[in-house]
Write a protein that binds this ligand. Structure first.
Ligand SMILES: *Cc1c(COP(=O)(O)O)cnc(C)c1O
Length: 330
């Protein structure tokens, strides 16, 4: 056995995806599975698809390439606004992308047309997170640009909240999105195929039937992977929280040092601030690049024994992208 390792239970990811898909179906909302916290691992994408998600999306072209190369079926969407320097890869690997620039939309269309493809464009609207998105007033001109661009299928509008500021979505954010959807539809004279209402922070609104009826899609990563909604950071009761477990080996445990232990795990492996030891007898003290200092006030753990953590989103993302962490699928 090699440590540190992350144990990935694909049947739990599939089960969580199924819960999300069924919750979406009750409100006619398609669920897109987000793989970016897992470096676009095809195994994870396949588990999400087995749970019924309508498509997969990732923030990075190289992760989409992993999913495509593994031969996964279905639609792939790029989550981060495309770089101008990557438009050729974007149209090769993604069926659709999220956009806020007329220039990028035009270049995507040109790149698609050259290779005989069409690229789907969703316009992002800023509704309160202060990250990506045009103002509501910017929607109509961009909708025209997307509708007119060669090689482009203008699919609809979307928004993203609670990523940068952590502010949860509200009826107000989503009414802005619904309003933008109406403006865009009127501008181009036909209904939109997609109104993409956000990420795992919208879970509770979905459950309570609080999303505007215009919203027909959510893009969910954390909810499916970790069973958590991100508006208040709580466990989703019907989902499993332990699809991922991170295991590290104890390398120091000395008598006379008062519960002090060191595990061979550090910032080169994961983010150490949101690791939750499964055994509550452990307390995380602090981590540096390669060492994690822990306390254990009950029975000491010998050198060579292991400690298991439930990773939060940051530690999951860092562990899945670290070359030092063994990925163990079950
Ligand atoms: C990361 C991301 C998501 C998924 O976020 P979760 O909180 O993991 O559900 C959705 N949309 C965009 C644009 C993202 O960047």
């Amino acid at each position: 056995m090699k440590y540190p390792r992350i144990i990935i239970d694909l049947s739990k990811i599939e089960a969580n995806a199924r819960v999300a898909v069924e919750a979406g179906r009750e409100h006619s909302i398609n669920i897109i599975g987000v793989t970016k916290a897992c470096l676009g691992a095809p195994e994870v994408g396949r588990a999400m698809l087995a749970g019924g998600v309508a498509g997969l999306s990732d923030s990075r072209v190289s992760n989409l390439r992993r999913l495509r190369s593994a031969g996964l079926p279905g639609q792939l969407m790029l989550l981060r606004l495309p770089m101008l320097s990557e438009v050729d890869d974007v149209v090769e690997l993604a069926d659709a992308s999220l956009n806020t620039s007329p220039d990028v939309i035009e270049r995507l269309g040109q790149a698609a047309a050259v290779t005989g493809r069409r690229h789907g464009v969703i316009i992002m609207v800023e509704t309160g997170d202060a990250r990506e998105g045009v103002t509501p007033a910017g929607v109509a001109p961009l909708a025209v640009a997307a509708e007119m661009a060669d090689g482009v299928d203008f699919l609809g509008v979307g928004t993203n909240v609670a990523c940068l500021t952590g502010c949860p979505p509200s009826a107000v954010n989503l009414e802005l999105l619904a309003e933008a959807a109406h403006v865009a539809a009127e501008t181009i004279g036909r209904p939109l195929a997609v109104v993409s209402g956000g990420n795992s922070s919208a879970w509770r609104l979905l459950r309570e039937g609080g999303l505007p009826e215009e919203v027909n899609e959510l893009r969910l990563g954390e909810a499916i992977l970790l069973g958590r909604e991100t508006a208040e950071g709580t466990h989703i009761p019907e989902m499993l929280e332990d699809a991922f477990l991170l295991e590290a080996e104890i390398i120091e445990s000395l008598p006379g040092r008062n519960g002090h232990h060191i595990a061979a795990l550090g910032l080169q492996d994961t983010a150490v601030d949101d690791l939750i030891p499964l055994d509550p007898g452990w307390q995380v003290v602090k981590g540096s690049s390669d060492h994690l200092v822990l306390r254990r006030d009950t029975d000491p753990s010998p050198i060579g024994s292991t400690i298991v953590f439930r990773p939060g989103y940051q530690s999951l993302l860092r562990a899945m992208t670290s070359p030092f962490v063994e990925k163990h699928y079950v």
